[in-house]
Design a protein around this ligand. Structure first.
Ligand code: UGA
Length: 437
């Protein structure tokens, strides 16, 4: 099939490459000339394992190209909208200006029977509004809402082999003409048993925000338990193991620590609350305010624990932060708890050095006042305390015996509860976890 993908950021670049991998002829369209140039040279504008190899592979087949020229969409029958929906400045709601601009740019190039497929995360009600604009322009065209569930760091495999497909079509009927078109787009993963659900527009939009809200709630639930564990001397990691053995609960997303960040969960729960308010259903989501508050409290807690670890004062203490990205296998620092903690410590008088295998250029753009050191070995020299805040594999593999010779004081705060306390204590370190005795 001939497919256009509008917006070549995280979602769009991966989606375009994966659609070409599925055998389609794809054009990726973005307003950012530099992004288009990089992608055309098979370079990913961000760190995502496996993406550059995939770009190279599919570009060599001639099935994938990138351009800034929206008129090239005219050659396609299926158009994916993959632009961002960031949090509005100074408000909780989502900024839909990129979605609106993408659709308005596309409308003049629609042909009879075309299918426009929204993948961006949008407030419920957006799809119906956009569907009207599509039909006003081209009465035989359709708009489908097909939310994306990919995780950064696993984006390629999540796109090629998702847990499920959700197609939101007007009326919600399996017989809707656009269903067969999307089935053809996703023929390969569907043939290997990936389930697909057909819903109406608002349900499809809500599936995405509900899923992210549930994940955020799960993390904040276990972080609330971590607070209880801290108050009572219990161990949240064993608690999570034990409750996670109940199939109904499950162990995934029950890792207590410094909390969630990134470009999705924090802004999605806030936009969801804002939208519920507009719909007069704000009470239904007041619990998400608490989810957000618990999450933010973890950051303050790390600062307090670091102060304790340093003997009561942060002034002049040399702190090394291991990890700046909001999670491993990503160079994304949007709302990264690690960076926000690093900045807080510096404000409170500590001398902070931040290291990360991939995210330092992005981190330096966001917090230019922090000191960055790419080499772990140099970053830990003469440190008064180490803070492991993003669980990259290389930090998990650090040897406490080797490291003890490099630091000024062998103290470590394990913000992700991924190190083995006994091993570190045996090597002479003062070890602190999150919600652990
Ligand atoms: C999230 C969802 O997981 C995806 O399904 C969704 O498609 C995506 O948002 C999106 O809306 O586009 P992502 O932001 O890549 O994906 O990151 P997650 O893997 O969900 O992690 C989010 C944050 O939660 C990270 O900071 C991570 O460190 C933290 N986390 C995760 C915990 O603190 N504890 C856990 O047990 C799990």
């Amino acid at each position: 099939m001939r497919i256009s993908v509008i917006g070549c950021g995280y979602l769009g670049a991966v989606h375009a490459a994966c659609m070409a991998k599925l055998g389609h002829e794809v054009v990726g369209i973005d307003v950012d000339q530099r992004k288009v140039a990089a992608l055309s040279a098979a370079q990913a504008p961000f760190y995502e394992p496996g993406l550059e190899d995939l770009l190279e592979e599919v570009q060599s087949t001639g099935r994938l190209s990138f351009t800034t020229d929206m008129s090239t969409a005219a050659g396609s029958n299926v158009h994916f909208i993959c632009v961002g929906t960031p949090q509005k400045k100074g408000e909780n709601g989502a900024d839909l200006s990129y979605v609106d601009a993408a659709l308005n740019g596309l409308l003049p190039y629609l042909s009879p029977g075309d299918v426009v497929v929204g993948k961006s995360t949008v407030p419920v009600g957006t799809a119906s509004r956009l569907a009207h604009a599509v039909v006003d322009q081209e009465p035989t065209a359709h708009l489908v809402w097909n939310p994306e569930f990919l995780r950064e760091g696993h984006a390629v495999s999540d796109t090629l082999k998702p847990d499920r497909f959700v197609y939101g079509v007007s009326g919600g009927s399996e017989e809707h003409a656009a269903v067969a078109v999307l089935d053809e787009v996703y023929a390969l993963p569907l043939s290997t048993g990936t389930p697909r659900l057909v819903t109406d527009h608002p349900t499809a939009e809500l599936v995405k925000t509900a899923a992210n809200s549930f994940l955020a709630t799960k993390i904040s639930f276990i972080n609330a338990m971590a607070e209880l564990c801290e108050a009572s001397g219990a161990d949240v990691t064993r608690l999570a193991d034990a409750i996670g053995m109940d199939d109904r609960i499950g162990r995934k997303f029950l890792n207590a620590g410094i909390g969630f960040g990134g470009g999705c969960l924090p802004k999605d729960i806030r936009a969801f609350m804002a939208r519920a308010g507009e719909l007069g259903a704000d009470q239904a989501l007041t619990f998400l305010r608490e989810v957000d508050a618990i999450n933010m409290r973890r950051r303050t807690r790390v600062v307090e624990l670091t102060r304790e670890l340093c003997g009561g004062s942060l002034l002049g203490q040399r702190i090394t932060v291991l990890g700046a990205a909001f999670k491993p296998e990503s160079d994304d620092v949007r709302d990264s708890p690690a960076l926000s903690i690093a900045a807080q410590l510096q404000l409170q008088g500590a001398v902070v050095t931040v290291t990360d295998p991939e995210a330092l250029p992005n981190a330096a753009r966001r917090f230019p006042e922090l000191h960055y050191e790419p080499s772990t070995e140099l970053a830990v020299q003469k440190a008064d305390a180490l803070l492991l805040l993003t669980e990259w594999n290389q930090y998990l593999a650090l040897d406490p015996y080797d490291l003890a010779g490099s630091v000024a004081n062998p103290r470590i705060l394990d913000g992700r509860n991924v190190l083995e306390p006994f091993k570190w204590r045996a090597a002479g370190w003062i070890y602190r976890g999150m919600g652990r005795p």
